[in-house]
Design a protein around this ligand. Sequence first.
Ligand code: K7E
Ligand code: CUA
Ligand code: CA
Length: 638
Amino acid sequence: MDSSKDNGVDNGAEQSGRRGFLSKSAALGLAGVTLGLVACKEEAAKGGEAAPQKAGASKEIAPGQLDDYYAFTSAGHGGEARVVGLPSGRTLKRIPVFNTDCMVGWGVTNESKAIMGTKADGSLKYTTGDTHHVHGSYKDGTYDGRWLFVNDKIHSRLARIRMDTMECDKIVELPNVMGFHGLFTDKCDPVDTKINYTTRVFCGGEFHIPLPNDGRDLDDPSKWGTLFSCVNAETMELKWQCRIDGNNDLVATSYDGKLAASNQYNTENAADLNGMMSAERDACVFFNIERIEALVKAGKFTTIGGSKVPVVDGRKAANSDPKTAVTCYVPVGKNPHGVNASPDGKYFVCSGKLSPTATVIELKRVQAWFNGELKEPRDAVVAEPEIGLGPLHTAFDGKGNAYTSLFLDSQCVKWNVDAAIAQFKGDKTAKVIIEKMDVHYQPGHNYSSMGETKEADGKYLNSGNKFSKDRFLPVGPLHPETEQLVDISGAKMRLVADHTAYSEPHDGIIVRRDIVKTRQIYNMDDFPNAVKPENAGIERHGNKVHVRLMSQAPAYSMPIIKVKKGDEVTLTLTNHDKVEDLTHGCALPTYNINFIVNPQETKSVTFKADHAGAFWLYCTHFCHALHLEMRSRFLVEA
Ligand code: K7E
Ligand code: CUA
Ligand code: CA
């Protein structure tokens, strides 16, 4: 097939961009990659008539019915997280995290700014973010419904979201890390098995930088390095970091709390594309958590620049003796992408990306290497099946099957882990590949219902596709991306629905709805600055004015608020309504203020009253038949 002829004008830029990537890969001898792309274009051509198979009645969510699952997903470079109901695909909520959100006032209120971080002048330190991975906190090997954690790849920040309110409550910036990509929560303490819940979050640094990154070594990337970071889930403070050879991409953790791992596509420590693709195999680096923490306790660490975070040496030269090593580098297929833990707790699967294989690593054997009982790290590999082109991420059904996204083939491949292990041992009759299903198009992450817990239930798989091309009405140059929902409960995979995603789908988790327990009404006393009848009103100290306001439908507590031009005004608003879902807004024209207060919640803003006039402070959130009348005169005297 001549690939030039389907370089249509409608998506020419995208196609030619991909061809650019391709020709480089092809030049490096990856002929198979080219074939994969052609196959995907054929799919694109016939995609219009490839109607989804009819959904079974049991999969339809009628009006008024509730979904069975929550999906918590990242939103890519939009910087937020999302909550989607499955199987309906209805968007339930967008949780602002690293982005600003004018509807709820994230990035506008003093409280949200304090979480996001500010500069000396009170403005936000960052307003951009790039979220890729959302993972929940665990107890007993499954989600406990307490927290979600999400990364910001741009500014290397980790955020925590409370699952009861589904709001971000803490953000920490990782020192000496650039390109914080993969993250995973731990599921147990490596030593104290009574702590069978999440207390740590592991964060992989993808990009090499000078350490510290203060202007030194700019012209010598060979001196740069990457760190693997451990954050205390409760306090959100850094516990330790581990310097490694190569880089971190995605992260997985074992169920017993002893091991964490990161796939490495740049074992070459290279600073350019060709260099990063020069080695025949790369690695999955395992971290021995107990040993790292013992070194930290014994004071056997260094620090980098002004950071006080203990840094343990996980580079190969310092870790050649298995009995004392803190890291183990297991060779895997070329430029691997995702690393995922199987729900039986036995294996990690690393996808090849530039190799058409998945590498299955047995954790027992990695542990054996650390105990000096396994000769080579490579002996921890128990299977390496050929599964298709451009494998990225793997999900599980809890029945022994793995589902890997194939970016170049535009497919999801279902394969059996035990069969792959048997084949690796020499069983030529082992049937590894069970089924390949086309997805539309070019999948990145996939994830299954409860698939990253011991309660993997094998009901649904979500395929987060990077391109939708012809699947939806066009909306300008950027098509919406596709989240495809696949029913994996039967013998055959069945496409149930196409859902849109803006933009762009990365990782997510699918959580049974009974695990999530939200609260609808805040406790007013949780807010130290709550406004109550006894302290409501205006208080002035020089040119600092504190306006303490209450809301109760359909009115604010003060019909007139008068300040002077030049005043620094802090406006604090407490919503005294106690009725579920009775939220009020608060907008102030020309002062760039807008936020909401939920029942019994308090929020505040601080601004300079730098221009005189009459401004209607009004309620933006429909709350009452007299919602439009819910407004006060905010008067600034010249
Ligand atoms: Cu594959 Cu950033 Cu998880 Cu996206 S990464 S796809
Ligand atoms: Cu209060 Cu609308
Ligand atoms: Ca490589």
